[in-house]
Design a protein around this ligand. Structure first.
Ligand SMILES: C[S@@+](CC[C@H](N)C(=O)[O-])C[C@H]1O[C@@H](n2cnc3c(N)ncnc32)[C@H](O)[C@@H]1O
Length: 278
């Protein structure tokens, strides 16, 4: 079953505002893997970023490739990506993660960031194999539930945030959607997400994190960018679940806390690599 959860213009703009968490450490890790079989100096031709959203990760690839293409099934995500794009070598287009409109053997890298759990992996990997040049790589990248620090009470934020996500899932997400979201929390189990032959050299990297200092306002905004929240507000249009979350966060941090209070948010990252034989 396909899920079309990122279609509304309102949600897309919230997503663009609060989900730009990716850093160059992660692109550097991906390039290190790619360079094992494409030793420097090598000018890469083309990378594609499948399920690119509004370009959160795509733009970080631009300095390393002559051409980068971001593909997403949601027309609204793609218009937000085009609007925010300041890189001449990036093209964004509406398309499917199961059937890429990209020429055979034309790219060195296929990334799929925070999106693989929405895509049919057998079809995705068949397409990745088709479009990759020999020795080209695929990388599924995601982060999972964050840890909080820096503020004396920040560690306790796991509870209100956890309760918020549990409520979204329990009250408004169909079982199939919950199963897919659970794959993220289970860090993309190999039996579903590892690359299929003839792609080879499956490698899992769980060593990296992304760290951001975020205000309480940004943490609540981040929580509102979840696909579960979209489902929830569709069902309960006059819901105050976000106000409740904000109140609980402020209460947890103590009476001096405001929307501008800063906490350190550490997202554990996991990457699943695969390679086309040379
Ligand atoms: C959680 S967002 C990730 C966006 C971005 N890559 C990021 O890291 O923030 C998931 C994206 O996958 C897209 N998506 C879902 N199913 C898809 C499919 N079958 N083919 C292509 N894109 C899909 C959604 O439209 C959405 O933009």
């Amino acid at each position: 079953m396909a899920f079309r959860l990122y279609e509304g213009a309102d949600h897309t703009s919230v997503y663009a505002k609060y989900r730009s968490v990716w850093t160059t450490d992660i692109t550097d890790r991906v390039l290190t893997y790619l360079q094992e079989k494409f030793p420097a100096p090598y000018m890469y031709d083309h990378a594609i970023d499948v399920g690119c959203g509004s370009g959160q990760f795509t733009h970080l690839l631009a300095p390393h490739f002559k051409q980068v293409t971001g593909i997403d099934i949601s027309a609204n995500q793609i218009s937000a990506a085009i609007k925010g794009n300041d890189k001449k070598n990036i093209t964004y287009k509406v398309g499917s993660g199961e059937c890429f409109s990209i020429a055979d053997q034309s790219v060195e890298l296929v990334t799929c960031v925070q999106a693989a759990h929405w895509i049919d992996m057998d079809k995705f990997y068949a397409e990745a194999y088709r479009v990759l040049k020999p020795n080209g790589c695929v990388a599924l990248i995601s982060f999972t539930f964050p840890e909080f620090g820096a503020h004396p009470q920040a560690k306790l934020l796991t509870k209100p945030l956890g309760n918020y996500y549990d409520k979204l899932w329990e009250t408004s997400c169909p079982a199939e959607m919950i199963n897919r979201l659970k794959h993220v929390y289970n860090r993309y189990p190999d039996e579903i997400f590892a690359c299929r032959p003839p792609l080879e050299d499956h490698l899992r990297d769980e060593t990296m994190t992304i760290v951001h200092d975020m205000t309480v306002e940004q943490v609540v905004g981040f929580a509102s960018s979840s696909s579960g929240y979209v489902k929830y507000v569709k069902k309960y249009s006059s819901s105050d679940i976000l106000e409740t979350l904000q109140k609980n966060i402020l209460k947890t941090l103590g009476e001096d806390a405001t929307l501008d209070t800063v906490v350190r948010v550490t997202f554990p990252v996991f990457i699943l690599f695969g390679r086309k034989p040379g």
